[in-house]
Structures are given as C-alpha cells and as structure tokens.
Design a protein around this ligand. Sequence first.
Ligand code: AP5
Length: 208
Amino acid sequence: MNLVFFGPPGAGKGTQAKRLVSKLGIPQVSTGEIMRAELKSGSDLGARFESFMSLGKLVPDELVLELIKKRLEADDAANGVIFDGFPRTVGQAKALDGIFGDLNRTLDRVVVLDVPEEDIVERISGRRIAVDGGQEYHIRYNPPPAGVDVKQRADDNEETARKRYQDYKGITEPVLEYYAATGTVVERIVGTGSLDEVSARIETAIGE
Ligand code: AP5
C-alpha cells in the first residue's frame, strides 16, 4: 500500500505515520526527517537544505525529488510506503505520479489531517524530540517520561510555525485540487482529539 499523509505542519502526520508502520509493515518516508538527518551528518546535500529549513521555507522541488527517488530504491520500500510531508507542491505531486508510473506502482490514498491554525501553533511550540532515538513528544499532550532528555527542533517556534502554515495554505493545499482532478482517493480526517482517536479514524479511512 502506498499512502500520503497530508496536512499542515504539526497536524500529527509523523506521529500517526509512526503508529501505522509496524501494523502495515511498510516504512514512513518523511522528507523532513531525511533532510534533518542529512543536515546532522554534515553532508554537502544537508548544507543545501539548511537555509530553507531554518526559515521554515520549502526546499526546492528538484532537491526533494532526488531524495525521494533514492529512498524508493531501498529494499524496505518495495511493498509500499507512508509519505509524510511529501508531496508539498503540485510539481512534487506530478513528479511522484511520474516516478510511480515508471515503477508500475500506484498511490492508494491521500489521508488529510485537518487541524486548525491555533492548535497547530500550540502543537509545534510544545513539540519536543528525544535526544537519543528521536521519539517525538508534546509537553502537554504526550509528555516525555521522567529522565528522557529532550530538545526542540530549530524551526519549532511560533513565528516559523505561522509562516509554515501560510505556505501550507498557499502552496501545499492546492495539491488536493490536483488529486481531485486526477481521481486519486483523498480521505479527510479530523486531526484533533486524542492520538488514539485520530489513529482509529485513519485506520477506518484506509480500511484497516
Ligand atoms: P517536516 O519535518 O515535514 O515538518 P512539517 O510538515 O512542518 O510537519 P511537522 O513535522 O512539523 O508536523 P507533523 O504533521 O509530522 O506533526 P507531528 O506528528 O510531529 O518539514 C520541515 C521542513 O523541511 C519544512 O519546513 C521544509 O523546509 C522542509 N521540507 C520537508 N519536506 C519538504 C518537501 N516535500 N518539500 C519542500 N520542503 C520540505 O505532531 C506535532 C506535535 O503535535 C507533536 O509534538 C505531537 O506530539 C503533537 N500531536 C500530534 N498529534 C496530536 C494530537 N492528536 N493531539 C495533541 N497533540 C498532538
């Protein structure tokens, strides 16, 4: 199964994708996580992402598509993937259709997590990441256990969150019009409520 988890920054795409990975036996492919790993490794490619990411700006399509093509070649992606944070522009969505066409694969569903802007800002400002292992928490909704050392992402402040949300509305949301026009199945999920409530809605939407 090939799924796209879609929605504004902080909607819970990563949290929910991780919850489904073992159940579906397919990996989460988060362009944001791949880029942060490249940055951390000190690679030349990572350095090309930094100026965009630190300002909450989208990374140019050609760089993103380079990563996606490489990731889809890995053995664990052979039976499907859960894209998280990709595609984010109509150009990326069209390119993904082309890549899948070449690989004889199809995109089964796009799952949209709808969350209002004010919740987004609260979620992003409260997000914390475990220094060891990268597990994500929220200081209020999913607090890290005592003794777990956590840090904040460089782009997780209110100003950048609002900028990312505006880009979502202006640049990323139009991808849904493209999917409507191409007949791709799009499931809209209420992304507020507990983590378990959101997971249950997603599982119903994808027939699990
Ligand atoms: P990326 O890493 O993809 O960030 P994002 O899309 O902005 O999404 P987030 O990771 O912020 O949110 P999420 O929806 O995964 O939410 P999460 O589960 O963490 O991208 C970062 C940057 O990389 C971009 O700005 C751009 O520069 C670049 N980039 C990446 N992909 C790109 C692409 N394709 N093209 C161009 N540039 C690209 O949840 C958020 C918080 O809320 C957590 O603390 C979580 O614990 C909490 N939470 C989750 N669910 C709930 C709930 N139900 N109730 C309460 N709290 C909840």
